[in-house]
Design a protein around this ligand. Structure first.
Ligand code: HXC
Length: 259
């Protein structure tokens, strides 16, 4: 994959997408969003990948949508720009394989929203989170008003959005916005370790679990448990189910084949 504002690398079963516009602290302009959209499509088609890590180059994860680009938008153009980001982040969220945000620095506005579109977030001690949009006279527009409240509850979501206050990694951990905080030097190693651990489990089972969680979150509990019932049953149609259970009974560890 050849892009100008993002980088993609692949090692074994793990892919890594790095937002790479370090001079603008990886702010998301239209080009980054278009390239991200195309990269996600290609990743979704890659049958060898089992986990995706998303991170930022340099001292920032993503410092938000590009304020310079947004500053001159008309209402209709603003709506279109919002739609572009919303569509790309929905694609990230709906990616078949699990995604981990490795939050290495600023995750503000669209950056926090990108991190929230991933399945979970591991932050370095230097990470900073927030939805500063109201301080710019706009609302969050890449999913912040919706995903933040689903992750941390309405109280903290409203607190963060109305005050436009940024919070450090330890506070983000306390409110459940991130799952773990590690030192700057440890971040890559820890995220890679988690990615490898996920990749070593049954890949179809992991993907079906993601589908069950994401689909179930949007429907009532009776429909949600039906989704689980169906996908649980489906997992018994895989060779990996046989490998996994056989390995357990023989006191070994399965080498899952993604079949
Ligand atoms: C465009 C940005 C940017 C952004 C930083 N830069 N954030 N450019 N859009 N979101 C640029 C700066 O203009 C500067 O460029 C360079 O990156 C370095 O930034 P500095 O401000 O000099 O760095 P520092 O003093 O360390 O401050 C870092 C910072 C600050 C705290 C992250 O840059 C900041 O507050 N940025 C804006 C954060 C923000 O409000 N994000 C939300 C955006 S709204 P030059 O050329 O001067 O060197 C949003 C809406 C999403 O995300 C939904 C839209 C529909």
């Amino acid at each position: 994959m050849e892009f100008e504002t993002i980088k993609f690398t692949k090692e074994g079963f793990v892919g890594k997408l790095t937002i790479s516009r370090p001079k603008a602290l990886n702010a998301l302009n239209s080009q980054v969003l278009d390239e991200l959209s195309s990269a996600i499509d290609q990743i979704n088609d890659d049958k060898d990948l089992r986990v995706l890590i998303i991170t930022g180059e340099g001292r920032s994860f993503v410092a938000g949508a590009d304020i310079r680009e947004m500053s001159t938008l008309s209402a209709l153009e603003g709506k279109e720009f919002g739609n572009k980001g919303l569509s790309v982040f929905r694609k990230v969220e709906s990616l078949k394989i699990p995604t981990i945000a490795a939050v290495n620095g600023f995750a503000l506005g669209g950056g926090c929203e990108l991190a929230m579109s991933c399945d979970f977030r591991i932050a370095s001690e230097k990470a900073l989170f927030g939805q500063p949009e109201t301080g710019l006279g706009i609302t969050p527009g890449f999913g912040g008003t919706q995903r933040l409240q689903r992750l941390v509850g309405q109280g903290y979501a409203k607190y963060l959005i109305y005050t436009a206050e940024n919070i450090k990694a330890d506070k983000a951990l306390q409110i459940g916005l991130v799952q773990e905080v590690v030192s700057v030097d440890e971040l890559d190693k820890r995220v890679d370790e988690l990615a490898q651990k996920i990749a070593s489990n049954g890949p179809i089972a992991v993907r079906l679990s993601k589908e069950a969680i994401n689909t179930g979150a949007q429907v009532d509990i009776d429909s949600a448990i039906k989704v689980e019932e169906y996908l649980f049953g489906l997992s018994f149609s895989t060779e990996d189910q046989k490998l996994g259970m056989k390995a357990f009974l023989e006191k070994g560890k399965a080498d899952f084949q993604n079949k």
